[in-house]
Design a protein around this ligand. Sequence first.
Ligand code: SAH
Length: 405
Amino acid sequence: MSLKPGPVIKLNPGKEQSPLRFHPWVFSGAIKSKTGEISEGDVVEVQDSRGVFLGMGHYQEGTIAVRIFAFKKADIDLKFWKNKLVRAYNMRKKLGLAENPETNVYRLVFAEGDGMPGLIIDFYNGTAVIQTHSIGMHLIKPDLVLALQEIYGNQLKAVYDKSEESMPKLSNIKSTNGLLWGNTETNEVMENGHRFHIDWETGQKTGFFIDQRDSRELLAKYSKDKVVLNTFCYTGGFSIYALAAGAKEVHSVDSSKKAMELTDRNVLLNGFSPVVESAAGTANHISFAEDTFNFFHGKEMKYDVIVLDPPAFAKHQSAKHNAVKGYTKLNAEALKHIKPGGFLFTYSCSQVVDRQLFLGAVMAASIESGRSVRVLHQLSQPADHPRSIFHPEGEYLKGLVLYIE
Ligand code: SAH
């Protein structure tokens, strides 16, 4: 193996402990010296203070200076990246996701969880949607496209880049959204036999909240003959599962008009009829383009099952305190609208609000409600969003299913 000497980053004494434990982040404060010319996105070798090899990763200006993707020496080329993608694909196959006629939407690459910090790839029925969060991953997009073509063969129809919003804000290197290869043949995907129209071009994230697949399946088990409220519904994922499971009535709420249009479209696509608020009481499914808090304030109605899946209330540590207060307020509102013997599916996708803190927020809301509240399920992200056991930061989704009397 021919290894050209590349740029080297030496760590301060003691700072080797983190990479020795396979944690993939090197913070800028851990760096003792840099040798060679280093530009953002370059592959660098990380060494301890005495020059012993620790790992290889992408360099970037910022708090996290190196994102390590190899803890052994390797040639970082097309073959290297293809091997990573093959490993990711093989795991999804073992999970029953890849090559499953009932489900053709799944996450192929979940950043650190698949040994590729800074990279997300979601597979949408023939279109791979790439989202890069680092300069290094942005620069290897041509290799990623080639590797995807080799792995999927004629299953792959297009590769779409959705990185305009996700790239580091301070860098001069920018990305634009658009097709990297091929042509999308369809925007329709299937998840557990349910059909969804996905808009990855203008939609949120890569187009669909794939990470709630397992939760949606669980909701279906509790929905038969029930009156279900799905707040922050976006594409209507939870609503479709509830309808298909025989819910008596489903109400979907999202403050975005576009989200409600997507929900209505997906309700239709699955053979149910979407109805707007004016027809309340006459249909199986009713859409409300409204803020969830306003919705709760304006409604006396009580539900058998409520889903609360808000966007991240805190994106940074500084917003943590207010986020916790937000979760308490939201859950307290929902608890006022649940019938005795009802269920609350409540989530937080804020990475900085950990499981314990989220539980505390929901506990505070439960105390405020004065009701008997029991925890039936503690949920997390699904298996196609794995986290390295050495990288606890990779866990972000927390969910609770509560029984309320
Ligand atoms: N549950 C969804 C994903 C939710 S994403 C699914 O399974 O796919 C969060 C959604 O909350 C977005 O669609 C956003 O438009 C909506 N949203 C944000 N703030 C809101 C608010 N205050 N009230 C209602 N919806 C809101």
